[in-house]
Design a protein around this ligand. Structure first.
Ligand code: BDP
Length: 651
């Protein structure tokens, strides 16, 4: 009898064990009970971490780690070669060894054949940075995975374990920098008290190769330094920033620099004193230049502008080309509007020739279903890199989707976007399929019966989201405050024009879409050739951008012979059908996924389906009031009335 109970207990323990995945380990799920033979000729903290990671998880032949001054792979690169008896990992610096160690562990975790390998890697960008939009009160702007990881009140004395785990996860995918706070920055961030706290984080991140940056409020000198003005040419202001830089660098000698949002959405900036972006950026750049710091100056300028909103950045920055210091990089969102599910690329990349540029992607899915919808973003970023050469920019930044949720990102699949950002920043020529494949194998399993369906979901997820939210170039028809559900009818009286969905879709009884062609706002002229003429001509404009660039009659004939209206109906319907398919594919992998993560993802997919239906019905019923055309009969007709949808919460 006793024996029977014992075996039941053992069985239960086993079940609990396999169902106990909570996503907290991310893609780093290697068994860490090994004692591999690893030797190293370097005793630095970073090399010691590399040795430790390998000792715990490496299952293969002995490994020798060596620092070699003559290694030609740059400061962060590495070489790995193996024969049947051992493996040599060499690098010029300890961080190269750490990246190499994670590279080996990834290859092991993804079942790669590691006999006779000869690998060498150098990161494409030297700056691979996460931008956190975290506030001092612990909230996160556009954060959907709980509160901030940074416990400001507990620092500098109480240190959460997660700081090190965060650094380790980033190092495992090559991310080497972090901006700790929101671009809508509190001036208090730079107080001496807070700098002491930031120093602690910088010290924890340093051995993992991660440098700390801060977002700053341009008026900090005035607010916390009590200068009379924040005019960048004022000697007191200049002196204050010089002193502040000295203080920051005395605490954090390898401090990265500042990220600045100026004269946008109500933030202060040099424009308040009739000074240019260059005047503002250069003043700060001069203050941190002696210490090797850089200024990332954002081109997301929103406000104080008449005319087509998407033209503002080029209009403001093009005349300043060549006027920025060499330690200033202009940080440019991938599209000209604002992280929409699909935008054409930002033409500012075509207009700065003597200025350093970097791309800003948004990992947190503000406009792509937040942490409820499964949307793999790599295909979106690759679409951008197809149009704007990775080599035209110096760095890439990603707005982080990380919070203090147990699984870090809210949705288990949102982890894939953090992962993909790091991998693409390291090597933008990787394909989305490769990245998805790696991530699935490490995060779930190497079982082919799981990999294929999950990869299918991931690879079609972004296009599906575009289809059920904003197909054919529609944009910014979100509900204003939360940017989650649909509100194509949005036209609040007290809102500026540029916040209103009706400003962006311009639907009327004849047509829909924003005319940005040469007969309209002429935003097309901001693009390099041949994109300017391709987008200008309605016949050559890719249909995925049609309503972004053109005001198109409802009965316009699309390439497949359908009217624009019918095409729109089929797109929305297709988006919904895709989510049904995702649900059935996910159900098919249940045997291969631990119970907790299976249920969590299934639950989110159910919500995604409901939301996709809501998007389809809201948009089609609303636009139908203009097109006056029937929804094709082979499409599932809306269940709800427009009135009901307009009065619902759209969430
Ligand atoms: C918008 C967000 C807003 C950010 C802004 C920015 O809605 O919260 O502050 O971008 O990038 O997409 O500055």
């Amino acid at each position: 009898m006793k024996r029977k109970y014992l075996s039941i207990i053992i069985f239960l323990l086993f079940v609990i064990q396999i169902s106990a995945e909570d996503g907290s380990k991310l893609w780093l799920r290697n068994d860490t009970s090994n004692h591999a033979s690893v030797t190293c000729n370097n005793k630095s903290q970073t090399a010691t971490i590399a040795v430790d990671e390998l000792q715990k998880a490496w299952k293969g032949v002995p490994i020798t780690l060596t620092i070699r001054e003559d290694c030609s792979k740059g400061e962060e690169g590495f070489c790995i070669s193996s024969n049947s008896k051992d493996i040599t990992l060499s690098a010029k610096s300890p961080i190269g060894l750490l990246y190499g160690a994670f590279d080996l562990l990834r290859r092991q975790a993804t079942n790669e054949n590691l006999n006779n390998i000869d690998i060498s890697e150098t990161p494409f960008y030297s700056l691979r940075i996460l931008d956190h939009w975290d506030n001092l009160d612990g909230s996160i702007e556009r954060g959907y995975a709980g509160k901030s990881l940074w416990k400001w009140k507990d620092l500098p004395s109480n240190i959460s374990d997660r700081y090190k785990e965060y650094a380790r996860a980033n190092a495992s995918i090559g991310i080497n920098a972090t901006v700790l706070n929101n671009v809508n920055a509190s001036p208090k961030m730079l107080s001496s008290k807070n700098l002491e706290r930031i120093k602690v984080l910088a010290d924890i991140f340093r051995p993992y190769g991660i440098r700390v940056f801060l977002s700053i409020n341009f008026a900090s000198s005035k607010v916390i330094g009590h200068t009379k003005t924040a005019d960048p040419l004022n000697p007191d202001v200049i002196a204050w920033w010089n002193e502040k830089a000295k203080e920051v660098y005395s605490l954090i000698p390898d401090f990265g620099g500042f990220l600045v949002k100026a004269n946008s959405e109500g933030q202060p900036g040099p424009g308040d004193y009739n000074r240019s972006h260059a005047d503002g950026a250069n003043m700060l750049a001069d203050a941190i230049k002696p210490y090797g710091g850089i200024i990332m100056w954002r081109a997301f300028v929103y406000g104080n502008h008449d005319g087509d909103r998407v033209k503002q950045a080029v209009e403001e920055f093009k005349p300043l080309d060549g006027q920025f210091r060499d330690n200033v990089i202009i940080q440019i969102k991938n599209g000209p509007l604002d992280f929409q599910p699909r935008e054409p690329y930002n033409p500012l990349f075509d207009n700065l020739h003597k200025t350093k540029m970097m791309a800003e992607f948004q990992i947190t899915q503000e406009y792509l279903g937040q942490s409820t919808h499964l949307v793999f973003l790599s295909p979106m970023w690759k679409e951008f890199f197809d149009e704007v050469s990775p080599s035209s920019m110096k760095a890439v930044a990603g707005v982080a989707n990380i919070g203090n949720d147990t699984n870090w990102c809210g949705h288990d699949f949102a982890q894939a976007n953090w992962y993909a950002f790091g991998r693409l920043a390291w090597n933008p020529s990787m394909t989305s399929e490769q990245i998805a494949d790696e991530w699935i194998r490490q995060t779930f399993s190497n079982n082919e019966d799981l990999i294929k369906p999950v990869k299918d979901i991931m690879m079609s997820s972004r296009e599906a989201t575009v289809d059920y939210m904003m197909p054919l170039g529609l944009h910014h028809i979100f509900k204003a405050d939360h940017h989650y559900g649909p509100e194509p009818w949005g036209n609040q009286k007290n809102f500026p024009e540029m916040w209103k969905p009706v400003y962006y879709h311009k639907a009327d009884h004849a047509a829909v879409g924003y005319d940005r062609s040469s007969t309209g706002s002429n935003a097309v002229a901001q693009y390099r050739h041949p994109y300017d003429s391709i987008y200008d001509n309605i016949k050559t404009c890719p249909e995925q951008y049609l309503l972004w660039f053109h005001h198109v009659p409802w009965n316009y004939k699309m390439k497949d012979g359908q009217t624009l209206w019918n095409e729109m109906c089929y797109k929305y319907d297709n988006g919904v059908k895709e989510v049904y398919l995702f649900l059935s594919l996910w159900n098919s992998v249940q045997p291969y996924v631990d119970a907790d993560r299976f249920a969590a993802v299934e639950n989110k997919l159910q919500q995604q389906l409901e939301n996709a239906i809501c998007w389809k019905e809201s948009c089609l019923l609303y636009f139908q009031t203009f097109s006056n055309m029937p929804i094709p009969s082979d499409i599932k007709q809306p269940k709800h009335s427009l009135n009901k949808l307009m009065n619902g919460k759209n969430k």
